[in-house]
Design a protein around this ligand. Sequence first.
Ligand code: AMP
Length: 281
Amino acid sequence: MKIVKTIEEVREQVKAWRKEGLSVGLVPTMGYLHEGHQSLIARSVAENDRTVVSDFVNPIQFGPTEDLATYPRDLERDAALCEATGANLIFNPEAEEMYAPDFCTYVDMDHLTKGLCGASRPIHFRGVCTVVSKLFHIVQPDRAYFGQKDAQQLAVIRRMVRDLNMPLEIVGCPIIREEDGLAKSSRNTYLSAEERQAALCLSRALNKGKAAIEAGETDAAKVKAIITAEIKAEPLSRIDYVEIVDWNNLEPVASTEGSILTAIAVYIGKTRLIDNFIIER
Ligand code: AMP
């Protein structure tokens, strides 16, 4: 497995693979890899001849008050995980390699990016769409792998690929959790022992909401109230949002009867965590 820092090196490697007729999968990440990322890499390795993992903390998707400076980084550990999982190339550029000083071209989206995480993170999805577009152009993969953990991101990327006719397949992968239910996240490392315990209110609340739907509750407001109450019972929590939306267009729904995404963002202390479940019908 190789680790490269420049766009040119990625292009050369992919060109050589293409000459041999090999298929290529891409797993975009911000590094500090865990079993969630690993499940995406393993899926790509299973479905493609070669797998590229991008490991890049993308500055333009962080707001001015967000955690860009403190976001955890450990390339050596990431490399070991990628190698053990069968990846072939890590692309780990510096910000300067990706963004020229006079960079001014962005990929932006209406509608899908305004609600949920977009409401409190107004420039986030513009940054995500732009960097993912760049990675697609650099690697030109057959398939790219994204976690359902970031469900809005998955929906946004799928829409971008459809709207802009990008010639690749987007593969969505299930949420990987800790044994006690907490969704794995690089940001879990910010949590103190007490906060780590408190963070269980996210998955607990979602489980209660899902159980209510499975028991026949169709009123989205009632399901949201169940989820909200469970989170509020945890003193270290502060809700950013609890939403139930149509999984196809991310518009809020009154009834839980269609294909729905139930998504939450909750601060535990200073750390903002997200989680969700999707029901497809
Ligand atoms: P990140 O490094 O946080 O930007 O995540 C990179 C990719 O890994 C995204 O597609 C995420 O949705 C995915 N991912 C992160 N955490 C998990 C998880 N717990 N389960 C599945 N996929 C995940």
